[in-house]
Write a protein that binds this ligand. Structure first.
Ligand code: NAD
Length: 177
């Protein structure tokens, strides 16, 4: 009797687990890729001896990321960008405190566009508000940069596929932090 009850609970438990997993699964269509376009699974780019990083978005989250990068060998922080001038200036103080050279400062609403276009940048690190993540990430890859984006990387399926398609076409890394 005891083992029949145990079996009943085991089956019920498995069924509930399966039912809740199925209910939570979200299925979306996978758009057809352009001819010749391949995925970026296991994408590897040529090693970069010194990774030159540009930060865009220096509010609550950005400066902590800047500080963490100052401890990583082989990293050079070359550009700091925010809509607000005082935020770029105070992020530069983090570099000064760490004994590192100052980065180029960019501020103003559209200054990010100059940053993604810089020739001396390997990685653009985006920590702006959510609404700008995908737009900036796509443009940075188009400008030849690898990209790291704070969560969430995108706000809707169109933006998600814009990021995927751009990464696949440009063969640049796009990582959600
Ligand atoms: N990974 C995590 O654990 C974690 C934790 C907290 C926040 N976040 C994410 O980090 C991002 C930033 O969060 P936050 O709390 O620092 O936000 P915040 O609002 O404090 O800072 C955003 C900064 O981006 C700047 N900005 C916005 N648009 C810009 C643009 N077009 N060009 C240049 N600068 C621009 C703003 O001036 C502001 O200084 C959010 O997307 C958030 O979801 C992630």
């Amino acid at each position: 009797m005891k083992s029949t009850i145990s079996k009943f609970f085991l089956i019920a438990f498995l069924f509930l687990g399966w039912a809740s997993a199925s209910a939570q699964m979200i299925k979306t269509p996978t758009p057809k890729r352009a001819k010749g376009q391949t995925d970026v699974l296991r994408l590897a780019i040529a090693p970069i001896p010194t990774v030159r990083v540009a930060f865009i978005g220096l509010g609550m989250r950005g400066p902590g990321a800047v500080e963490r990068m100052t401890h990583i060998p082989g990293v050079e922080i070359v550009a700091l960008c925010d809509m607000l001038e005082d935020r770029t200036q105070s992020a530069n103080k983090i570099l000064e405190k760490a004994g590192l050279p100052k980065a180029q400062e960019f501020y103003g609403e559209n200054s990010w566009r100059k940053v993604t276009a810089l020739p001396n940048v390997d990685l653009v690190y985006i920590a702006t508000d959510w609404k700008h993540h995908a737009e900036l990430g796509v443009q940075a890859m188009k400008d030849g940069k690898n990209v790291a984006i704070e969560v969430p990387g995108a706000m809707n399926m169109k933006e998600i596929w814009d990021l995927i398609n751009t990464s696949e076409k440009t063969r640049k890394h796009c990582m959600m932090l």
